[in-house]
Design a protein around this ligand. Sequence first.
Ligand code: COD
Ligand code: ATP
Length: 230
Amino acid sequence: MRIVGLTGGIASGKSTVSNLFKSHGVPVVDADVVARDALKKGSGGWKKVVADFGEEILLENGEVNRPMLGQIVFSDPDKRQFLNRLLAPHISSGIFWEVVKLWLKGYKVIVLDVPLLFEAKMDKFTKPIIVVWVDPETQIKRLMGRDKSSEEDAGNRINAQMPLDVKRNKADVVIDNTGSLDDLNEQFQKVLIEVSKPLTWTQFWLSRNGALIILASVTSGVVLCIKALS
Ligand SMILES: CC(C)(COP(=O)(O)OP(=O)(O)OC[C@H]1O[C@@H](n2cnc3c(N)ncnc32)[C@H](O)[C@@H]1O)[C@@H](O)C(=O)NCCC(=O)NCCS
Ligand SMILES: Nc1ncnc2c1ncn2[C@@H]1O[C@H](COP(=O)(O)OP(=O)(O)OP(=O)(O)O)[C@@H](O)[C@H]1O
């Protein structure tokens, strides 16, 4: 199985690229969705967050007040690190099980859309790594436009992540999303060809079909040995 890493900065366009992958039949595991599940009322992550941040971060219905928690953690690096440490085990296990589900379904290529792929050191499990890059002016403009946030809030969120230029230097493939959606789509078509190339042998043996071949070979080998010895 080929596990493609998709990352970038906040509002650089990862979800937009994810949607292109999905529309071409390539499944995507979205770490933001997994992280949201990890904070759902009653979950393990929710219990830890309520215990440590207090009930004042809850809405009346008992769900976490995400904008309020965001205000707290994106303006205070220590609190953000603390939240990251609380949620990291829940997010990584959630991603792991999503990958297992797709493996069982027999997908050969899947995409992990993880904003903090490098920060969380998950890059070592993915190849190739695609970084969606935008220039700083476009990034803050799109972030403020999408979230209806102030320049200060948007700046705090951007500064909470590894600089996008550093991520770009760590990439196998860079998508420059500073231009129009048509420009993005044009670059995406080349990326799609790249990630759809035949699997390497290692990736093949790690896929469900590869594992089934190994299992069938081992089983028939054992049966033949037993027959030969009896
Ligand atoms: C603080 C929270 C509640 C704010 O929720 P909100 O709905 O406002 O934002 P949302 O979750 O949609 O995240 C939007 C973007 O913010 C960035 N972001 C989220 N968490 C972090 C973080 N801890 N550090 C840096 N950037 C982050 C990502 O680029 C993400 O795509 C939420 O972001 C959260 O629970 N974060 C911690 C979990 C986490 O690390 N998520 C990232 C998945 S790898
Ligand atoms: N090429 C583009 N031209 C114009 N707008 C774009 C382009 N690409 C993305 N956008 C817009 O920019 C905003 C951010 O894009 P998107 O949500 O895909 O970013 P993201 O990297 O997934 O963000 P996050 O880190 O918050 O999950 C969205 O409103 C999206 O519609």
